[in-house]
Write a protein that binds this ligand. Structure first.
Ligand SMILES: NC(=O)c1ccc[n+]([C@@H]2O[C@H](COP(=O)([O-])OP(=O)(O)OC[C@H]3O[C@@H](n4cnc5c(N)ncnc54)[C@H](OP(=O)(O)O)[C@@H]3O)[C@@H](O)[C@H]2O)c1
Length: 253
């Protein structure tokens, strides 16, 4: 039996920050399992961790790799204390100008892989375990030029809140994290074809503060957290102003 924490998207940005903050915060964990494609990046992060780490280089879109992970959980008699689904990416641009395949990959990583990871880990999660799902403030409202990404994050938020209701009676808690822009490599990929609006950069928070808020909310068993004052205000706006009005206004910015 082995108490583990699993983090997807562990090779950079928010996932990497989860590893670093949890490494210093948790003592009763035997191993951190780090999942992403870039093995060299995870090896660098593992070097500074106090805990034992298992680096699992895998493409989350690969069905067979997921099956291997499921087998590994059983083989190692893993007890998953925390699952953090942080892997994900976005692409800015108009729907019919971006490639269909790249946009379908967004669905595969942001929705399908997150769903499958959650499904295969749940049988290994006892009472007191927690799941942290990286959604986004993009979940609150449709977004022109970020249509598929915003839709994937609405899925993550809705799924996570519903799942939280389903597993609470077993003492398992799910927290959806909804930050606005966070200073990571995310925008290097998102801006591959089209740059984002300057206002996004103005509201940017650090991955440190995003993860700190996420871990606090998870500890407090909250179903959802919105890090940063700007995005809290944005959420309020989306609750009181008709979405069509906000969409027209955002076209002007
Ligand atoms: N940064 C933001 O502004 C922001 C705002 C709101 C929400 N989020 C969400 O937060 C999460 C983390 O993003 P980030 O800001 O940390 O971006 P990031 O620095 O680009 O990290 C993304 C992570 O996802 C992994 N990943 C992507 N595709 C993968 C695949 N097919 N298989 C396995 N791993 C894959 C990447 O690893 P490899 O490339 O090594 O595979 C990387 O570790 C994402 O879900 C993102 O949507 C980000």
């Amino acid at each position: 039996m082995k108490n583990i924490i699993i983090v997807t998207g562990a090779s950079s940005g928010i996932g990497q920050e989860f590893i670093l903050q949890m490494d210093t915060a948790f003592s009763k964990i035997d191993e951190f399992w780090m999942i992403a494609r870039r093995e060299d990046r995870m090896e660098e992060i593992a070097k500074v961790c106090e805990h034992k780490t298992k680096i699992i280089p895998m493409d989350l879109m690969d069905e067979y790799a997921m099956d291997d992970l499921e087998a590994l959980l059983e083989e190692e008699e893993a007890i998953v204390r925390i699952l953090v689904n942080a892997a994900g990416f976005g692409l800015i641009g108009e729907f019919d100008e971006l490639s269909l395949e790249e946009q379908l990959d967004m669905l595969r990583v942001n929705c399908e892989a997150l769903t499958k990871m959650t499904y295969i880990c749940l049988p290994y999660m006892p009472k007191g375990s927690r799941i942290i799902q990286m959604a986004s403030a993009a979940a609150f409202l449709p977004q022109r030029n970020f249509a598929i990404y915003a839709a994937t994050k609405s899925y993550v938020l809705s799924f996570s809140r519903a799942l939280n209701r389903e597993v609470n009676y077993r003492g398992i808690y799910v927290t959806a994290v909804c930050p606005g822009p966070v200073n990571t490599e995310f925008f290097d990929i998102a801006e591959k074809y089209v740059s984002s609006k300057a206002i996004k950069k103005l509201t940017m928070i650090s991955s440190e503060s995003c993860v700190k808020a996420a871990l606090r909310a998870s500890y407090q068993k909250k179903s959802m957290v919105v890090p940063g004052i700007c995005m809290k205000a944005f959420l309020l706006l989306t609750k009181i102003v008709p979405h069509e009005v906000i969409l027209k206004l955002t076209d002007l910015v």
